[in-house]
Design a protein around this ligand. Structure first.
Ligand code: K1U
Ligand code: ZN
Length: 171
């Protein structure tokens, strides 16, 4: 297994729209394993393939404390949604930033597993928030795009400055 580098906002590659997965092979299983390891190491509770510069419709999520309940969603589609909830979200591509986002409370998702088998889940609360956040990544959308232009530009400036400092200190 391997740790994969995570793209940081405002990297333009985060705005790439992911393509559907068509081949369910050993390489896909390896990518799922590497993404899970990367998410656990970060640490995070979700990761979309877009964030590791792989532009296919693949998400891993694990909300368990023990890191032993991995949910893999391939080619996910929200087929029903209801209600509204606010949650203070974080993002491994925007480290150190937590902001309130309003999303659907309940969702029904149809997806495929790593073998290509279709399944359906219903989610509410944090799982629902996390699935919607990760599905946004697959569409090329980062959660800061829900914020006002003023807040978003401040975050962008801070992230660019931080990246420059890291680069300068690495010489
Ligand atoms: O997509 C990502 O960048 C992962 C993100 C998922 C997420 C968290 C909260 C709301 C919506 C989506 C994260 O995992 S941020 C880190 C985080 O929330 C966390 C880290 C360690 C323990 C518990 C939570
Ligand atoms: Zn994110």
């Amino acid at each position: 297994m391997a740790l994969l580098p995570i793209l940081h906002y405002p990297d333009p590659r985060l705005h790439t729209v992911a393509k559907p997965v068509q081949v369910f092979d050993a390489a896909l299983k390896q990518l799922v394993a590497d993404m899970a390891e990367t998410m656990y190491d970060a640490p995070g509770i979700g990761l979309a393939a877009t964030q590791v510069d792989k532009h296919i419709q693949l998400i891993v999520i694990d909300l368990s404390k023990e890191k032993n309940d991995l949910l893999v969603l391939i080619n996910p589609k929200i087929t029903a949604q209801a209600g509204e909830q606010d949650y203070e979200e974080g993002c491994l591509s925007v480290p150190g930033v937590y902001e309130l986002v309003t999303r659907a409370e309940w969702i029904t998702v149809e997806a495929q597993d790593v073998e290509g088998q279709p399944f359906k889940i219903q989610a509410d609360g944090l799982l629902s928030v996390c699935i919607q956040h990760e599905m946004d990544h697959l569409r090329g959308k980062v959660f800061v795009e829900y914020l006002s232009p003023l807040k978003r530009n401040r975050i962008r400036t801070r992230m660019v400055k931080h990246a420059r400092e890291i680069e300068r200190n690495s010489y």
